[in-house]
Design a protein around this ligand. Structure first.
Ligand SMILES: *Cc1c(COP(=O)(O)O)cnc(C)c1O
Length: 430
C-alpha cells in the first residue's frame, strides 16, 4: 500500500509553508542605506542640479564601472531610460522597433512614445527572450532598432540578435530592467548592445527608494544626447549659471540625489546578495526539477542569470491532461499552491500584442503562439527569492510544490471538472 498523500491546505489540511514563516524582504534596507539618504537630506542638495551635488554623478561612475561601459546616465525611471535611449539613437515616426511579445508594457510604450511602431516578435519557449528567427521574420527596411529584453534576469540571445541587427543596419538597445548583474559570454548586461536600459524600481534587483533608471553606452555622442534630452534639451555641460535654453525637445527625466544615494548604497551589496541567494535558488530549482510535468528556468551555457523572476511551465500532457487543459491546470495549481502558502503569481496576463494600446500596430493574422502558450501554462515566483536569506523559505515553498504534486490525482479531477473558459465568461457576464 502506498502512503496517503498529505491533505491539501485548500481542503483544510495544514499549510506546507507554516503561517508564521517570515516573509522574505525585498528590498533589504540596512542602516547604511538609511544613513546614505539621511546624509543627502542633511546636506540639503535635493536635486541633481544643486551646486556641488555628487550622488548622481557618483552613481553614474559606479554603474559604468560595474557594467564595463564607458558612460552611464542616471534617470527618473526604467521607462525614461528606454525613451531616452530610443530618442538618442534617432527613433522617430516611420521607424519600426522590434519588441518581444512578452515583456512589461513599458518596453513597447517607449517605442510608441517616439511616434514609432512597435513590431512584435515571439519569444523562445525555454528562455522566454526574443527569438532571433522570429525577429528575422518580422524585421525589414524600416527596422531602426531591436529592443531585446533580458526577461526575468536572463540575457537574451545577443550574438544571434546582433547578427540580425547588423544585417539590417539596425541598432540593438537592451531592456535590462530585470537583469542587473546578469552576464552573457563574460560581459554584463548593459554592455551587450549599443545602449543598455535599467530600472531601479524597488521591485528590481538593484532597487532605489522610489523611482529610478540607468542608461549605459560606450558611444560618447549617444551619451551626450541622452544628457541633453534628460534635461529639457539644454546644454548639459556644467557652467557657472544654467542658461535654460532648449536646443532640442527634451524632457525632465532626471533622478534625484536621494534615490541616487540609496542606490549607491545598495550597489555595494549587489554582488554579495547575488552570491548569497544563489545556493538557495539552486536547491529550490533542483527539487522542483524532479517533479514531473514542471519545467524550471534554464540557463544557457555562457550566461549568468540574475534570477529576477522564476517562471515554471506546466506540461499538461505530461501530467495526463490534454494540451487544451493548460490554462485550467495552471489555475488549479495556482489555487492549490497559494493555499499552501507558496506565493506564486502570473507575470503578465496577456502578451503585449494583445494589449489594447498595442493591438492597432499588430498586423492582421499575426500570431504569437509561444507567448500565448507560455502565459497560459506557467506560474512565477517574484520578489521573495531576491532576499539573500530566502533559502529556508524557498525550501518551504519546495515542500509546498511537492505536497501539491503528491495530490495530482485531485488536481487532475479539478481540471477535468472545470468549466470551459468560454462558459465561464458567459456565467460571469450573466
Ligand atoms: C520594470 C521594467 C521596465 C520599466 O521600469 P520602470 O522603472 O518601472 O519605469 C521596463 N522594462 C521591463 C522589462 C521592466 O521589467
Amino acid at each position: 500500500m502506498t502512503e496517503r498523500p498529505h491533505q491539501l491546505a485548500m481542503l483544510g489540511g495544514p499549510r506546507a509553508v507554516p503561517p508564521e514563516t517570515a516573509v522574505p524582504r525585498w528590498p533589504v534596507i540596512t542602516p547604511e542605506d538609511e544613513e546614505a539618504v539621511a546624509r543627502v537630506l542633511a546636506g540639503g542638495r535635493l536635486t541633481a542640479t544643486a551646486e556641488g551635488e555628487e550622488e548622481v554623478p557618483g552613481l553614474e561612475r559606479e554603474w559604468a564601472a560595474y557594467t564595463g561601459t564607458a558612460h552611464c546616465a542616471a534617470v527618473g525611471s526604467g521607462t525614461a531610460a528606454l525613451q531616452l535611449a530610443l530618442a538618442a539613437i534617432g527613433v522617430g515616426p516611420g521607424d519600426e522597433v522590434v519588441v518581444p511579445s512578452v515583456s512589461m508594457n513599458a518596453t513597447a510604450l517607449a517605442v510608441l512614445q517616439q511616434g514609432a511602431r512597435p513590431v512584435f516578435a515571439d519569444i523562445d519557449p525555454e528562455t522566454y527572450t526574443l527569438d532571433p528567427e522570429a525577429v528575422r521574420a518580422v524585421a525589414g527596411p524600416r527596422t531602426k532598432a531591436l529592443l531585446p529584453v533580458h526577461l526575468h534576469g536572463l540575457p537574451a540571445d545577443m550574438d544571434a540578435l546582433r547578427a540580425v541587427a547588423d544585417g539590417l543596419g539596425a541598432v540593438v538597445v537592451e531592456d535590462a530592467a530585470q537583469s542587473h548583474g546578469a552576464s552573457y559570454r563574460g560581459r554584463r548586461t548593459g554592455a551587450l548592445g549599443t545602449v543598455g536600459c535599467f530600472s531601479m524600481h524597488p521591485s528590481k534587483n538593484l532597487p532605489t527608494c522610489g523611482e529610478g533608471g540607468l542608461l549605459t553606452t560606450d558611444d560618447p555622442e549617444i551619451h551626450e544626447r541622452v544628457l541633453r534630452l534628460r534635461q529639457f534639451g539644454e546644454d548639459p555641460r556644467p557652467r557657472a549659471t544654467r542658461s535654460y535654453v532648449s536646443h532640442t525637445p527634451g524632457w525632465n527625466h532626471r533622478i534625484g540625489p536621494l534615490e541616487a544615494a540609496f542606490a549607491r548604497s545598495q550597489l555595494t551589496r549587489l554582488d554579495a546578495y547575488g552570491a548569497r541567494r544563489e545556493p538557495g535558488i539552486r536547491a529550490f530549482l533542483g527539487r522542483l526539477a524532479a517533479l514531473p510535468g514542471l519545467r524550471v528556468p534554464v540557463v544557457p551555457e555562457g550566461s549568468v542569470h540574475a534570477w529576477h523572476i522564476l517562471r515554471f511551465r506546466l506540461d499538461a500532457p505530461a501530467l495526463g491532461l490534454a494540451e487544451q487543459d493548460a490554462a485550467a491546470l495552471r489555475r488549479a495549481l495556482h489555487r492549490a499552491l497559494r493555499a499552501e502558502g507558496v506565493p506564486v503569481s502570473r507575470y503578465q496576463e496577456a502578451p503585449l500584442p494583445a494589449h489594447p494600446a498595442f493591438a492597432p500596430y499588430v498586423p492582421d493574422g499575426a500570431r504569437f503562439p509561444v507567448a500565448d502558450a507560455v502565459l497560459a501554462d506557467s506560474l512565477c515566483l517574484q520578489r521573495r527569492q531576491l532576499d539573500p536569506d530566502s533559502g529556508p523559505v524557498l525550501a518551504a515553498y519546495a515542500d509546498g510544490f511537492e505536497k501539491v504534486w503528491e495530490n495530482l490525482d485531485l488536481i487532475r479531477r479539478m481540471v477535468r471538472s472545470a468549466p470551459a473558459p468560454r462558459a465561464r465568461r458567459e456565467v460571469a457576464a450573466a
